[in-house]
Design a protein around this ligand. Structure first.
Ligand SMILES: [Zn+2]
Length: 204
């Protein structure tokens, strides 16, 4: 297994291939590769990304079958089933890297900002379970001068939510917290741009 630094490098190089339109998707999803994986997998990175149809992790990082352990949920939130999935991959496969992948124009972020500003329009109970996990990291932001500039507000809100999810992944589970402290696991945030196709890794 590669270490977290090498894993990060592979993702950065894959995103460069994706942006340059020189991806290896045909080879990465070949029959030969599929059959090679019958005996098991060793994903080198775990991606906690948004369900948005425009941000498929394997494509934007130009990775193939067996490479990424992907968890997708609207707003890349951290709830018990996400933490459990990450624990499973780290413990079972020794995967050294978790990337929380948010993105521009995120509908879940927009829905949360709308819920903060229009409390009378309540989303469904199920949608509320997502919004209520995003909301704490956006409430203060929505009160700043950014409220006069919707584009900037959404941009900063996306970043705040990524940072919040990174922190929650690191500390919401004694097992993951220990793995981070032992240096066996790195958790980083990243933001995908729908405009450019580039993934910007955040310094957290
Ligand atoms: Zn989204």
């Amino acid at each position: 297994m590669v270490d977290a630094q090498q894993a990060l490098q592979q993702l950065k190089e894959g995103n460069k291939r994706f942006v340059s339109q020189v991806g290896k998707q045909h080879e990465l999803s070949s029959e030969q590769r599929r059959l090679k994986l019958l005996d098991g997998q060793k994903p080198f990175a775990i991606i906690l990304g948004c369900s948005d149809s425009r941000v498929p992790a394997e494509l934007v990082f130009d990775q193939g079958l067996g490479d990424l352990f992907v968890i997708r949920v609207a707003g890349n939130i951290v709830a018990p089933s996400q933490v459990g999935s990450i624990e499973f991959a780290v413990e079972t496969y020794g995967t050294p890297l978790v990337v929380v992948l948010g993105h521009s124009h995120c509908g879940a972020i927009q829905a949360t900002l709308d819920a903060i500003r229009n409390p009378s329009v309540a989303p469904s109970h199920n949608l509320m379970s997502i919004v209520s996990r995003i909301r704490p990291s956006l409430e203060t932001l929505a009160e700043t001068d950014l409220k006069h500039n919707e584009t900037d507000l959404v941009k900063y809100a996306v970043r705040a939510n990524i940072r919040s999810s990174v922190s929650q992944v690191r500390y919401s589970s004694p097992y993951l917290e220990e793995q981070v402290q032992l240096g066996k696991l790195n958790v980083v945030g990243a933001q995908y741009s729908l405009e450019t196709g580039e993934v910007d890794f955040l310094d957290i």
